[in-house]
Design a protein around this ligand. Structure first.
Ligand SMILES: [Zn+2]
Length: 89
């Protein structure tokens, strides 16, 4: 068994920065979902019925992304705002 060596402080410093960034991302991502829900509710949708895959930008959507109704349109064939499917080339 060799002697245990301590991790280089440069590694620890950057690791700490990376962990803080991941944490900040999680918080912001959660806020994004909340604000999507809020905006869609104001636009007359029930956010619980809605899915926003986030794949496509949508010029007609108030959240800037294509929005699908997962009860009426589980295959995501028709964005509520622009009518485009989720699956496209
Ligand atoms: Zn769209």
């Amino acid at each position: 068994m060799g002697e245990k060596i301590s991790i280089d402080p440069r590694v620890l410093a950057v690791r700490e920065k990376a962990n803080a960034a991941k944490e900040a991302f999680k918080v912001a991502d959660g806020e994004l979902l909340d604000v999507y829900g809020e905006v869609l509710r104001e636009h007359g949708h029930n956010p619980d019925d809605i899915v926003i895959p986030g794949t496509w930008d949508c010029e007609k959507s108030p959240v800037g992304k294509c929005v699908y109704d997962f009860y009426q349109d589980p295959a995501r064939d028709c964005c509520l705002y622009c009518g485009q499917p989720e699956e496209r080339k």
